[in-house]
Design a protein around this ligand. Structure first.
Ligand code: AMP
Ligand code: ZN
Length: 142
């Protein structure tokens, strides 16, 4: 992907503040952090969303994510951390190369990750449950 900024970072063509790298993964500081130490964990290969990622890459990436989350948390003496991913523009994805955000947290740091809570109508949960559980994923990629 010639025009993908994260592919360029993974290939070393664009600089980043790298905190971790292995065969499938690279992790670096977000340039516009929600908190200092906000880190992005990405597959080196280009996949648009989490469900596009090849299963073997996803397995490795998950372990790297866990490792990097611990490094961010422990290295910065954080009180906690959030891990999240935006998939597709409707969910807020801006860079179309799948990436996990790790945001180190402190007590009372003023960051709010929240949404207005909704309510299900009568029978609606069962309907939603069967749509989700019955969705055909075809293979492991979903
Ligand atoms: P998202 O909305 O999930 O696509 O988030 C994209 C994230 O990538 C944002 O938090 C940006 O600050 C971050 N970002 C974009 N370009 C770079 C870059 N060159 N180096 C580090 N972080 C970046
Ligand atoms: Zn890419």
């Amino acid at each position: 992907m010639d025009d993908c900024i994260f592919c360029k970072i993974a290939a070393g063509k664009v600089p980043c503040n790298k905190v971790y790298e292995d065969k499938y993964t690279i992790a670096f500081l977000d340039i516009n952090p929600a908190a200092k130490g906000h880190t992005l964990v990405i597959p080196k290969e280009h996949y648009e969303t989490m469900t596009d990622i090849a299963p073997a890459v996803m397995q490795s990436l998950s372990l790297s994510l866990q490792k990097v989350a611990k490094k961010v948390h422990d290295g910065l003496l954080a009180d906690g951390y959030n891990v999240y991913i935006n998939n597709k523009p409707a969910a807020g994805q801006v860079v179309m190369h799948a990436h996990f955000h790790i945001v180190p947290r402190k007590h009372d740091d003023g960051i709010r990750i929240q949404w207005p809570q909704k309510r299900y109508g009568p029978g609606e949960m069962e309907d939603i449950k069967s749509k989700v559980s019955g969705a055909v994923t075809g293979n492991d990629r979903g």
